[in-house]
Design a protein around this ligand. Structure first.
Ligand SMILES: *Cc1c(COP(=O)(O)O)cnc(C)c1O
Length: 433
C-alpha cells in the first residue's frame, strides 16, 4: 500500500462504489478524482496534472487557488458568514453597485445559482406583465424562448429549455412557453404576434448559447427581439449565466450587440468557484416586485458577495477583459487554422473565451474529448457534436498552443486511422450545464 498510484486508484474505486450505492445517479462522472489545483492546472489523487480548459463548466474565472479569492474567503470567514436577508451586511450594496455599472441595468437581486436567477427573471416578467395589464397595456403571460436554449433545471427554467430530455419527463412544467427557431427573425415575429396566440410577456435569449453548442445569436435576431418587446412593453430576458461576467470579452455578451435587455442573469464565474447568482433589471421591471413577493434564505450572503467583489476588482486591476479578448482572439484564430487542416471540423464558433468547434460526427466528438483527456487536457462535449472550451480567464497563449497541437494530432489519428478509432472506449457526454 505504499505505492501512491495504487493507493489513489483504490481511493477512487471506493468512492465510485459508495456513490453508486448512495447517490442519485444524475451524473455520468468521468473517473478522475481531483484533490487540488493552481492556475489553469488541476491535480488528481496521484499527483498527475491536467490543463483545464473547461474551468468547472465556466466557473473558475480566476483559476484554482487564486490568492485574491483565498484572501477574501479567509478574511470574511473569520467575521460573518450569514445574516439572512432580514438584516443588512456590508457587501450587498457594494457588489450591486459594481454589477449595475458593468451591465447598464439599475437593480440587482442576489441568489445562489444560475437556475434560481433565471427563475427570478421569469417571475419578474410575469409580475411585470400583470402590472402593465392593470395599467391597460396589451401584455400577456406567454414567453418566447429559443430552440437549443438552456436556462437551468428548476420547473420554470426547464419550461424555457428546449431539449426534451431536460423538460418532458417533468411535465406539466410551467405553461405558456413557445420555442422560436434560432436566429429566425420571421419565426420570432410570427410567434410574437397576438394573431398567433395570447400576447407575450417576455422573450428569453442567450446572447451566446452555451449548452446549445456555443452559438452566438445574430444581431438581426436580438435587435428584432428588442424592438418587438419595445412595441408592447414585454421584457427582453438575456441569460448571461454562462456568457456573462467577462467570459466573451465584454462584461455581458449583449454588449457586443449594442442592445440592453430589461433583465439579465449571471452566475457561473461570478465568485470564481463559490455558488452565487444574480438577476439584474431595469427600474421599470423592478417595480413589479414588492417586499415579500420573492426572496431567498442564503442569497447574497456576506461570504459569496465578498468573494464576488474580490473577483471583479481583480479582473479590473489586471485588465482581464483585454486579456480575455487577446487570448480568446488568438484561440479562435488557431481553431480556424485547425479547421483548415481538418475537414472533420465543420464550424468554429464563439467569442472571447467561450469557444467551440463543431465536428462532423457525434462519435468523433466523443473520441476527441476522451483523447484530449488521455493527454491530460480537459475540454467538454456539448450538443452532441461540439467540443467546447470555457477556460479560466487567466489562460495564456502557451496553453492554447498545447491544446491546438494536441487536437491537431488527435484529429489526424482519429480520422486517418480507423483501427485506433475502433480500439478506444468512448467517454460519456459530460454536459450537464
Ligand atoms: C449553467 C446555466 C444555467 C443554469 O445554472 P445552474 O447554476 O446550473 O443552475 C442557466 N443558463 C445558462 C445559459 C447556463 O449556462
Amino acid at each position: 500500500m505504499s505505492d501512491p498510484m495504487q493507493e489513489g486508484q483504490l481511493k477512487l474505486a471506493s468512492i465510485q462504489a459508495a456513490e453508486q450505492k448512495l447517490m442519485l445517479q444524475t451524473y455520468q462522472r468521468i473517473p478522475l478524482l481531483f484533490m487540488g489545483g493552481s492556475g489553469v492546472t488541476l491535480r488528481d489523487e496521484q499527483g498527475d496534472e491536467y490543463l483545464d480548459l473547461l474551468s468547472g463548466i465556466g466557473v473558475m474565472a480566476l483559476g484554482y487557488a487564486h490568492p485574491a479569492v483565498d484572501a477574501a474567503i479567509a478574511s470574511q470567514s473569520k467575521r460573518l458568514l450569514h445574516t439572512s436577508n432580514l438584516f443588512y451586511h456590508e457587501h450587498t450594496a457594494e457588489l450591486a453597485l459594481r454589477l449595475t455599472e458593468m451591465s447598464g441595468l439599475d437593480r440587482v437581486f442576489f441568489c445562489n445559482s444560475g437556475t434560481e436567477a433565471w427563475e427570478a427573471a421569469l417571475k419578474l416578467a410575469r409580475a411585470h406583465a400583470g402590472l402593465l395589464r392593470a395599467e391597460g397595456k396589451r401584455v400577456g403571460t406567454r414567453f418566447l424562448a429559443v430552440e437549443q436554449s438552456f436556462h437551468g433545471r428548476t420547473m420554470g427554467a426547464v419550461a424555457t429549455t428546449h431539449k426534451e430530455k431536460y423538460r418532458v419527463p417533468f411535465e406539466p412544467v410551467m405553461g405558456g412557453v413557445e420555442f422560436v427557431r434560432f436566429n429566425d427573425v420571421a419565426d420570432l415575429r410570427a410567434k410574437f404576434s397576438e394573431a398567433h396566440a395570447e400576447a407575450v410577456c417576455g422573450i428569453c435569449i442567450e446572447a451566446v448559447q452555451g449548452e446549445g453548442g456555443v452559438r452566438p445569436v445574430s444581431k438581426e435576431f436580438i435587435t428584432a427581439a428588442r424592438e418587438l418587446c419595445d412595441s408592447t412593453g414585454a421584457l427582453l430576458l438575456a441569460d448571461e449565466i454562462q456568457s456573462g461576467m467577462g467570459r466573451t470579452g465584454e462584461w455581458f455578451a449583449y454588449q457586443h450587440y449594442g442592445i440592453l435587455p430589461d433583465i439579465t442573469t449571471v452566475a457561473k464565474p461570478m465568485a470564481s468557484g463559490l455558488p452565487i447568482g444574480a438577476m439584474l433589471c431595469t427600474d421599470e421591471a423592478a417595480r413589479a416586485f414588492t417586499p415579500g413577493m420573492h426572496g431567498t434564505t442564503f442569497g447574497g450572503g456576506p461570504l459569496v458577495c465578498a468573494v464576488a467583489i474580490a473577483v471583479i476588482d481583480t479582473m479590473k486591476q489586471t485588465n482581464l477583459l483585454t486579456h480575455i479578448r487577446d487570448v480568446g482572439g488568438y484561440f479562435k484564430e488557431r481553431l480556424e487554422w485547425l479547421r483548415k487542416q481538418h475537414d472533420c471540423i465543420t464550424a468554429v464558433r464563439g467569442m472571447g473565451l467561450m469557444l467551440g468547434i463543431e465536428l462532423d460526427s457525434e462519435e468523433l466528438a466523443k473520441r476527441a474529448a476522451a483523447a484530449m483527456l488521455d493527454q491530460h487536457i480537459i475540454v467538454n462535449r456539448t450538443s452532441e457534436t461540439v467540443l467546447r472550451f470555457l477556460p479560466p480567464f487567466i489562460v495564456e497563449r502557451t496553453h492554447v498552443d498545447r491544446a491546438i497541437a494536441a487536437l491537431d494530432g488527435i484529429l489526424t489519428t482519429l480520422t486517418l486511422n480507423s483501427a485506433a478509432l475502433a480500439g478506444r472506449a468512448p467517454a460519456g457526454e459530460n454536459s450537464h450545464g
